[in-house]
Design a protein around this ligand. Structure first.
Ligand code: ADP
Ligand code: MG
Length: 138
């Protein structure tokens, strides 16, 4: 599926829709991988996703924290500052991926492509212009 969003709010709405489909079980995946340059809308999308999952807290861009856990059982992983796969050792990602209760959204997921489970949703974000982003979901 390919969508062009014309505002941050539209990107959040798209995330929210997927979040509520995950929550209801209409979508049966647990690992959501996000790809795209800085400012392409990954965090904005995850804010909507969390809302759709029923998470009350506002999701922010972690500056130094790579993994942030929200209740109930939602993990926001941001690998922007990771340069090598080995730097992710100690983050407990393997454990999180194998926890059947855990829902995980990973920004810059390409940095750990060797460890990504096959069962996942891949979402690519492309900057088109100041207000438009192309979002490809597969
Ligand atoms: P990333 O996490 O990919 O680095 P962010 O979601 O943090 O990106 O930032 C996206 C920026 O682009 C925000 O400042 C947001 O307001 C802006 N923006 C403008 N148009 C859009 C859009 N259609 N979708 C998402 N963000 C947009
Ligand atoms: Mg981000």
């Amino acid at each position: 599926m390919e969508v062009i969003t014309q505002s941050p709010g539209e990107t959040q709405k798209l995330g929210q829709k997927i979040g509520s489909d995950l929550k209801s079980g209409k979508l049966k995946k647990r690992i959501i991988c996000l790809y795209g340059d800085l400012g392409s809308g990954k965090t904005t999308f995850i804010q909507g996703l969390a809302k759709g999952l029923g998470i009350k807290k506002r999701i922010t861009s972690p500056t130094f924290v790579f993994v942030k856990k929200y209740q109930p059982s939602f993990y926001h992983v941001d690998l922007y500052r990771i340069e090598k796969l080995e730097e992710t050792k100690g983050l407990g990602l393997g454990e999180i991926f194998s926890d059947p209760q855990a829902l995980v959204a990973i920004e810059w997921a390409e940095k750990i492509k060797e460890m990504l489970p096959k069962e996942r949703i891949d979402i690519q974000f492309n900057y088109l212009n100041q207000n438009e982003r192309k979002v490809i979901i597969r």
